[in-house]
Write a protein that binds this ligand. Structure first.
Ligand code: ZN
Length: 299
């Protein structure tokens, strides 16, 4: 069974899936400073559910994995409303972003793990999100990684790693997870489409992890589309077609911006419009249906 914000579903009910997206990311204290100046959640629900419903009608999108961790604005009640109003399954995350949160700083690995297990049950979270930033993994991030590993081993839901392709910190993050006993095929290494260094991507894939080509977008540039499509085909030729996940890491509200506002036309359709038409139909199905299903069920 797959955990969604509206309850458990069978794996064959997932269908076409975007495995790494966000409805919104923000900091709660923005409301204290600015009230609803930047974000009106009722508007966000209407805009995002309307847009997801359009993606469902146009491209058959059936499942949306919201990778927003707890501490950058995950809002389960909002995600439930968006899922209900769009008729698109939404899978949410437990776990934390790499920013040091005072409340977590002195929390032990075991306490964090207990907290995440309870959170998965309350939120019915379907993935564990973990994020690392710098080349050197800080003690805090190492603690998060170990707590995510233990939560995964206890509950059996997959881990999605936010990594930095520029400094190749996925190797160190994976080493910590593997030492805790996590199996490679239960981990997605995210943001690998940020690099054109396919040897790095292949090295990660050779461990058996899912490779998240999850930031595919660049305004209709033919050169970019050809480069990324050829990269996907090369990874397939190298034997990794069962491990590739395509997504956009897009969001309707990006609280990382200085003057954030709700985005009415986010880039959630880029793969459907520009990448998938260049691939064989059977490969498209594998990348958008089979691989996300296997990732979400830890196969
Ligand atoms: Zn993301």
């Amino acid at each position: 069974m797959i955990r969604t914000v509206l309850g458990n579903i069978k794996e064959d009910a997932l269908g076409i899936t975007l495995p790494h997206e966000h409805i919104c990311c923000y900091s709660e204290y923005v409301f204290q400073m600015a009230g609803n100046k930047y974000l009106d959640k009722n508007d966000l629900v209407i805009i995002s559910s309307t847009y997801l419903r359009e993606l469902k009608e146009k491209y058959g999108l059936n499942t949306f994995v919201d990778c927003t961790p707890i501490n950058i604005g995950r809002d389960i009640e909002m995600l439930k409303k968006v899922s209900e109003q769009s008729s698109v399954n939404i899978i949410c995350s437990t776990g934390f972003y790499y920013t040091d949160e005072p409340v977590l700083y002195n929390t032990s690995t075991e306490q964090l793990c207990e907290y995440m297990i309870a959170d998965v049950r309350t939120a019915n979270a379907g993935i564990i999100k973990c994020a690392v930033k710098n080349e050197t993994i800080s003690n805090f991030q190492e603690k998060l990684l170990r707590a995510c590993a233990k939560t995964h081993l206890y509950l059996g839901i997959p881990i999605v790693l936010h990594t930095n392709a520029e400094n190749k910190n996925a190797f160190k993050a994976l080493e910590i997870l593997f030492l805790e006993g996590v199996k490679p095929n239960t981990v997605t290494v995210g943001h690998l489409s940020d690099t054109d260094d396919l040897e790095y991507v292949k090295q990660i894939a050779s461990y058996g992890c899912y490779i998240g080509l999850d930031r595919l977008y660049e305004k209709n540039s033919a050169e970019y589309i050809t480069k990324k499509t050829n990269g996907i085909l090369e990874l397939c030729r190298a034997g990794y077609e069962d491990q590739i996940l395509l997504s956009h890491d897009a969001q309707f509200f990006n609280g990382f911006e200085a003057e954030p506002k709700i985005c009415k036309q986010p880039r959630f359709s880029y793969c459907f419009d520009y990448i998938l038409p260049k691939l064989h139909h059977s490969l498209s199905d594998k990348l958008m249906i089979i691989n996300p299903m296997r990732m979400l069920t830890c196969k």
